[in-house]
Design a protein around this ligand. Structure first.
Ligand code: COD
Ligand code: ZN
Ligand code: ZN
Length: 375
């Protein structure tokens, strides 16, 4: 029996309060309105930013259905939708691409002004939610909410991908992989033969390593305090791995010595002020580029000596690897399917959706790179 136009009752992981476990609840998912799309989720990754949503360091209205790294199949579409149709395989976009704002029209920029990340309302573009549970409206999370059997997104926040794409793998293109990979190939524009340093070897940092390698870097130095991450880093392309805890002196000095003056490109993929400064300082004072990928908790300020930039360094940052989401995701998925770069090493655990709390425990204990939840 068709569900088109009807409310769907299904399971979702609801976060009622900060710092609590998810409750698997029966929720009602309203049909998509004009320019909206309802998706049956097939797989979703667990990203550190979801955990930041749980702890409150990423502020988002509660109660909420988190999750933003998913893939699924269109169940039904609202009036006026032309970009996708029922049955299409899709990836929801936590950074939309409206195609009309100043950012979307800019050839290089990607952080569409319709995003729900800077000032989160936790709603659809029209300011309302499509989820209810026990009579209460439940908020959306950065226009995606993938921790639910069904979700509703705006047409600007979803893109069609290849019908043959393995969704339980390419869901990572929806966040972690693209964020790290794009930081190297699109934001830093890593050059062949260059030397790179990647701070933080979670799913995003490892994807930055993959990007450095794809761009032809000759040396990729991976930095993490958890040495359990080193084997995986080498598997995806790191040429050397170091832990700051093995040295008396600051790690930027170690890196400068290792590279005869500093690396060409560095990446901070942890979200800590100290490592942002270390990453900036370890790149060459005259031509190094450092990219901030991690976001620190809270809205504190970082003080720095402008001399670090005046001598010629470049300091940049980007969301979603600088990629325009709608334009880039179908291509990245096709490249994954053509085995141009390895996604499999990033997936350390696969769990049924109901075991979401277990998946978060694995992330918090540092045991997982990416856990994929399947529906
Ligand atoms: N020195 C070196 N390594 C460290 C240190 C330290 N002081 N502290 C922690 N680490 C290592 C950890 O051992 C771990 O291996 C790694 O850093 C961090 O990995 P994860 O698994 O916690 O995180 P990821 O890779 O899933 O994501 C990290 C980000 C920092 C990219 C993410 O949390 C983030 O802030 N994203 C940016 C914001 C954004 O784009 N948000 C939108 C959706 S993600
Ligand atoms: Zn993410
Ligand atoms: Zn836009």
């Amino acid at each position: 029996m068709s569900t088109t136009g009807k409310v769907i009752k299904c399971k979702a992981a609801v976060l009622w309060e900060l710092k609590k476990s998810f409750s698997i609840e029966e929720v009602e998912v309203a049909p998509p309105k004009t320019y909206e799309v309802r998706i049956k989720m097939v797989a979703t990754g667990i990203c550190r930013s979801d955990d930041h949503g749980v702890t409150g360091s990423l502020v988002t209205p509660l109660p909420v259905i988190l999750g933003h790294e998913g893939a699924g199949i269109v169940e039904s579409i609202g009036e006026g939708v032309t970009a996708v149709k029922p049955g299409d395989k899709v990836i929801p976009l936590f950074t939309p691409q409206c195609g009309k704002c100043a950012v979307c029209k800019h050839p290089e920029a990607n952080f569409c002004m319709k995003n729900d990340l800077t000032k989160p309302r936790g709603t659809m573009q029209d300011g309302t939610t499509r989820f209810t549970c026990k009579g209460k409206p439940i908020h959306h999370f950065i226009s995606t909410s993938t921790f639910s059997e069904y979700t509703v997104v705006d047409e600007i926040s979803v893109v069609k991908i290849d019908a043959a794409a393995p969704l339980e793998k390419v869901c990572l293109v929806g966040c972690g992989f693209s964020t790290g990979f794009g930081s190297a190939v699109k934001v830093a524009k890593v050059t062949p033969g260059s030397t790179c340093a990647v701070f933080g070897l979670g799913g995003v940092g490892l994807s930055a390593v993959i990007g450095c390698k794809a761009a032809g870097a000759a040396r990729i130095i991976a930095v993490d305090i958890n040495k359990d991450k080193f084997a995986k880093a080498k598997e995806v392309g790191a040429t050397e791995c170091i832990s700051p805890q093995d040295f008396q002196k600051p790690i930027h000095e170690v890196l400068k010595e290792m590279t005869g003056g500093g690396v060409d490109f560095s990446f901070e993929v942890i979200g800590r002020f100290e490592t942002m400064m270390e990453a900036l300082s370890c790149c060459h004072e005259s031509y190094g580029t450092s990219v901030v990928v991690g976001v620190p908790p809270g809205s504190q300020n970082l003080s720095m000596n402008p001399m670090l930039l005046l001598t010629g360094r470049t300091w940049k940052g980007a969301i979603f690897g600088g990629f325009k989401s709608k334009d880039s995701i179908p291509r990245l998925v096709a490249e994954v399917m053509a085995n141009k770069f390895p996604l499999d090493p990033l997936i350390t655990h696969v769990l049924p959706f109901e075991k979401i709390n277990e998946g978060f425990d694995l992330l918090r204990s540092g045991k997982s790179i990416r856990t994929i939840l399947t529906f």
